[in-house]
Each structure stands twice: as structure tokens, then as C-alpha cells.
Design a binder for this molecule. Structure first.
Ligand SMILES: *[C@@H]1O[C@H](CO)[C@@H](O)[C@H](O)[C@H]1NC(C)=O
Ligand SMILES: *[C@@H]1O[C@H](CO)[C@@H](O)[C@H](O)[C@H]1NC(C)=O
Ligand SMILES: *[C@@H]1O[C@H](CO)[C@@H](O)[C@H](O)[C@H]1NC(C)=O
Ligand SMILES: *[C@@H]1O[C@H](CO)[C@@H](O)[C@H](O)[C@H]1NC(C)=O
Length: 392
């Protein structure tokens, strides 16, 4: 990246210099030759300092050492710190471990919210009658909510400020995982926002999640400016461009993967330092890249590559579609729950839409268990639909 920019700047300087000379028409022969020689030398020095990226130009100026440079990017290696070496060892061991069969496996529902939860009473209905099969954790970053549902009372964890798009978002997710891991019965860890609602009754969600051995982590390759364009070469050698991935932050994770997140200091540090808003004049959001890239590198077969939390990006605006009261109908629920393909909208010039068929253990399944983003005013409609078991 940097060398490419240097090359263009070099050419621009050269053109500016040559057009400057054109404004002095009365140069005598020898002067003109001296200036020409100077310009050519400056140009060649420029080419030497900022080698061209284009391979044809590379051969003209440096016949010989071009092709290797083009095809095998040199990944600088470095010595890992003790802490980073320890992280590598622990990550490898965690991935080798097999899950323990529990008598009473539970699902941890982890709510990441700025303040009150507008759909608390809908979730209350969802949880009713399943007391020994779930746990709830609430991370409220701005204002500690007062809860009405007994399933939520006393479930706020110690929380910290969260800045949108910054590493503090990932830190809050890690804090939720850390709390939920303390209950040895928790086997699946679901991250939800304050605008998320369930699309099915509890049994369906429980059976879908508890009998799987993959994490539903969204992960795709967006070559455009909002995907690969956010990569920084400072992440080398640990994170290479070819592994850099994007995905929505709303995951469900198996216990082994939640532990892996606790153990990782090596890759986490790269994202904390080099994937942030304003990095080298671009915005990188760690919560959209850290988990997809990490699992793509360390356990690609262990993630489903789509998120079970639906959101509608088809309008291709800065924010996804938000649902109002009039949108919440049995038809909407039927539409969302019927998807067995997950769509990914890329930011490249062709605006490619990638499709991931929702398959695990060889069986094609409906993709979604939860959906966002719903306005608080939709609560009554959703409660009614939820009570109508033919609609849900
Ligand atoms: C998950 O389980 C299926 C069937 O038991 C198995 O084929 C697959 O390899 C497992 N996947 C992982 C990531 O353990
Ligand atoms: C997710 O994608 C990775 C890499 O593209 C692939 O190896 C893996 O099998 C995919 N996961 C599933 C469950 O298909
Ligand atoms: C849901 O509705 C959208 C827009 O009306 C449509 O494009 C899509 O195919 C529908 N999906 C399903 C699974 O019915
Ligand atoms: C319940 O759901 C069915 C099927 O979607 C719908 O036809 C019916 O009108 C709903 N009843 C109520 C009371 O909402």
C-alpha cells in the first residue's frame, strides 16, 4: 500500500517539475541538457526508492528480482513474547479438547445493551417454563436497567463504557463471555442486542443450538473498502490480508470457542492496535473483523460462516432495515424463518451478493433463530404473535 502511494506521489512530483520547466522558454542548449539529466536522475532515484507495483514496469527497471516479490509477499517474522507464546499453546490445546457430555447443558443469553431492554417482557415469555435450561447476562454500558422480568432481575454484570466501533465493544463481549463461562453448564453462548427478538419458541432454539458442534459466527470475504480495504499491513506477520474477514458481531459460540477467546492475547492485540476508527485515514471496526478473522485462521471448519441472527441489509444503506409496528405480521415472520440461505452484501464495485447455504452436519436448515432491528413500539405486536403458536 505504502509503496504504491509513494510511486504515485513520485510521478505527480515529476510531472509538476517538468511542467515548471516548460514555463521558461529561453533556455540555452547546455542548460537544457543539464536540467534534462537532473530530471532523469531524480526520476530514476524515485523509482529506486519507491519501486513500482506493476510487474511490467518492475521488469523495465529491475530486470531480475521482480517475480518473486510479486508472487510471494515477504511476511516478516518476529519473536513472540512469553505471553503470546503461552496464548498460542493454550489455543492449540483448547481446540484439541472434546466437549464433555453434561447432564444439564444450558444456553447463555448475553445481552449487550446501552440501557433498558425494550423486549424484556417478550424474552420473559420466551424463557417461561425452561428455568433449568438457560442463564441470562446483561452488560449495560450507559445505564443499569431496572428489570421487571424475574429472569432478568440480578443478572446485570459489572459493565464498562462501550464506544461504537472501538475495541471497547469487543471488551464488553469478552466480559459477557467471562461471566457466562463461570457456569460450567453453559454450552452455547448467544450474543444479543437490545433490538433483537426471538423468531421461534424456546424448544426450537434450544434444540438447534445445543446439538451443534459449530459456532454460528458470521464470516465472509468482502474485497471492497468496507472489508479488505480496512486491513492494515501493521497486522503482519500474525494476520495476513488473505485471512482478513468480515462479519456481523452477533454470534453464538460453543464453549470451546468462548474459552479460546479468553486465551487469545496474540491476535486480540493486533486488532486493538491496528483495527480502529481513523487507522491510517480509514475506519476499521474490530467488532466486525476480530472474531471472523481469528476463527478463519485458527478453526475454519469449526464455524458455520453465518449468524443465526437475521438482519436485512438488502437496502444497502449505512444502517440495516429497522422494523416498525406495521411491519410486524405473521407474513414477516414466515419470510424470515423460511430462509435457508444467508446473504452477504459486499462493498466492492460490483456490489456482489455472496450466498451461504445454511448447512451443518450435512443437513440444510433454516438459518435464523433471532432477528434485529426492531423498534421498541413493535413489542405489543410481537407479544401477540408469540402467543399465537401457529404464527411462531
Ligand atoms: C461435528 O459433528 C459432525 C457429526 O458428528 C462431524 O462430522 C463434524 O466433523 C464435527 N465438526 C466439528 C467441527 O467438530
Ligand atoms: C466455513 O468456511 C470455511 C472456509 O471457507 C470452511 O472451511 C468451512 O467448512 C465452512 N464451515 C462450514 C460449516 O461449512
Ligand atoms: C422475503 O421477502 C423478500 C422481500 O420481499 C424476498 O426477496 C425474499 O425472497 C423472501 N424470502 C423468503 C425466504 O421467502
Ligand atoms: C395466528 O396466526 C395465524 C397464522 O399466521 C393467523 O392466520 C391468525 O390470524 C393469528 N391469530 C391471531 C389472533 O393473531
Amino acid at each position: 500500500m505504502k509503496t504504491g502511494r509513494g510511486w504515485r506521489v513520485g510521478i505527480r512530483d515529476f510531472l509538476m517539475m517538468s511542467s515548471g520547466t516548460r514555463q521558461r522558454p529561453h533556455l540555452k542548449g547546455p542548460n537544457w541538457v543539464i536540467i534534462l539529466v537532473c530530471l532523469v536522475s531524480i526520476f530514476l532515484i524515485g523509482v529506486y526508492i519507491y519501486p513500482p507495483r506493476n510487474s511490467a514496469a518492475c521488469y523495465i527497471f529491475f530486470s531480475g528480482s521482480c517475480s518473486e516479490q510479486e508472487t510471494v509477499p515477504v511476511v516478516p517474522s518476529r519473536e513472540l513474547t512469553d505471553e503470546e507464546n503461552a496464548a498460542q499453546v493454550v489455543i492449540r490445546e483448547i481446540l484439541k479438547s472434546s466437549p464433555i457430555a453434561l447432564k444439564n447443558p444450558k444456553i447463555a443469553f448475553m445481552f449487550l445493551t446501552p440501557g433498558p431492554l425494550p423486549f424484556e417482557m417478550l424474552w420473559d415469555k420466551f424463557f417461561q417454563g425452561n428455568d433449568d435450561r438457560f442463564t441470562v447476562y446483561v452488560h449495560a454500558s450507559r445505564e443499569q436497567p431496572e428489570h421487571r422480568s424475574p429472569h432478568f432481575v440480578g443478572r446485570n454484570i459489572r459493565s464498562d463504557k462501550v464506544d461504537w466501533g472501538k475495541i471497547s465493544m469487543v471488551d464488553a463481549e469478552k466480559r459477557l463471555l467471562m461471566n457466562a463461562l463461570q457456569d460450567p453448564d453453559n454450552q452455547q453462548f448467544v450474543l444479543l442486542s437490545d433490538s433483537c427478538v426471538p423468531l421461534h419458541h424456546f424448544d426450537y432454539v434450544y434444540n438447534y443450538l445445543i446439538f451443534t458442534n459449530v459456532s454460528f459466527i458470521d464470516c465472509y470475504d468482502d474485497p471492497g473498502p468496507h472489508g479488505g480495504g480496512r486491513y492494515s499491513e501493521h497486522m503482519l506477520p500474525e494476520v495476513e490480508y488473505k485471512d482478513f474477514r468480515k462479519g456481523s458481531q452477533w454470534f453464538t459460540m460453543i464453549r470451546r470457542h468462548a474459552l479460546l477467546i479468553m486465551a487469545d492475547s496474540l491476535y486480540y492485540k493486533k486488532f486493538r492496535l491496528y483495527c480502529r476508527p481513523g487507522m491510517e485515514g480509514r475506519n476499521c471496526y474490530a467488532d466486525e473483523h476480530y472474531f471472523p478473522t481469528l476463527f478463519r485462521m485458527v478453526d475454519p471448519g469449526g464455524i458455520a460462516n453465518w449468524s443465526v441472527t437475521y438482519v436485512d441489509w438488502s437496502e444497502r444503506k449505512w444502517h440495516p432495515k429497522s422494523y416498525k409496528s406495521q411491519d410486524v405480521t405473521p407474513k414477516l415472520l414466515r419470510n424470515i424463518t423460511a430462509f435457508d440461505t444467508s446473504l452477504h452484501f459486499t462493498s466492492d464495485e460490483k456490489k456482489t451478493v455472496l450466498t451461504t447455504p445454511c448447512i451443518w452436519n450435512g443437513i440444510r436448515r433454516p438459518c435464523f433463530l433471532f432477528a434485529r432491528k426492531f423498534f421498541p413500539e413493535t413489542l405489543d405486536n410481537l407479544m401477540q404473535l408469540f402467543s399465537n403458536s401457529t404464527a411462531y
